[in-house]
Design a protein. Structure first.
Length: 209
């Protein structure tokens, strides 16, 4: 992990249950479009909006992220949120990253566009958007313009969008496919596919959403 003032850092925040090619293509698209030196994948421990339903164990989501990112020299996986007790508020993560990388770092938080719908309700949102840029990744056909416009007006030059065709792949769909015994080949790296089978993930589907 590189440090110091002025570093251009991408933070790929997500539950990653499991990580798939949509996430990887998004991170690479954001990296090249925003000239990021490193993209840090940040699996969350307990997402504030998912406290009422099952998420796979942190160790599995972390290891799948490590396996998936191993072939890209610009990608790293962080345990900051996994190792922090309680709900994973993004603002707490950003403050921790500022302490590590310094005030000169340009931090870009990358996440799914669906997440942006709730962004105004996130903890300390004004501070959050003062600490980082927000890059919303959209799936094909996803209509976001009104919300994005509102956010861009409220936070000028802080909120951007990147369109990613491969985001038609979704973690929810992959979990359902596993549960129904359908193929997940070519939706995610083979190493992650085998990890899922080896550890028998997503079979007890009722617990997941
Ligand atoms: P989610 O609600 O599961 O995801 C929303 C949508 O975005 C899903 O369609 C998801 O697809 C997609 N997505 C999620 N992360 C993505 C990424 N990095 N790149 C591209 N697409 C992505 O969202 P989540 O994964 O739990 O949360 C996203 C991030 O926002 C996390 O870092 C979370 O901690 C943070 N968050 C913070 C707060 C807060 O601080 N109050 C509240 C909510 C979320 P897949 O299901 O295929 O991933």
């Amino acid at each position: 992990m590189k440090g110091g003032a002025g570093v251009r850092l991408g933070i790929m925040g997500g539950t990653f249950d499991p990580i798939h090619y949509g996430h990887l293509v998004t991170a690479e698209a954001a990296r090249t479009a925003f000239n990021l030196e490193t993209v840090l994948f940040m699996p969350n421990r307990l997402p504030p909006h998912k406290k009422d339903y099952q998420v796979s164990e942190a160790k599995h989501r972390y290891l799948m992220a490590v396996l998936a990112t191993i072939t890209n020299k610009y990608f790293e996986v962080s345990r900051i949120e996994l190792d922090r007790e309680g709900l994973s508020y993004t603002i707490d993560t950003l403050r921790a990253l500022r302490a590590i990388y310094g005030s000169g770092a340009e931090i870009h938080f990358i996440s799914g566009a669906d997440a942006i719908l709730d962004l105004l309700g996130w903890k300390d949102v004004d501070d959050l958007l003062a600490l980082c840029y927000f890059i919303a990744a959209t799936r094909p056909g996803y209509e976001l313009s009104e919300q994005l416009q509102q956010l861009q007006e409220k936070y000028p030059n802080r909120v951007f969008r990147v369109e990613v065709p491969a985001l038609a792949i979704s973690s929810t769909d992959i979990r359902q496919r596993v549960r129904r015994g359908k193929s997940i080949k070519y939706l995610l790296p083979e190493s992650v596919e085998y990890y899922i089978y080896k550890h028998n993930l997503y079979r007890m589907g009722e617990k997941y959403r």
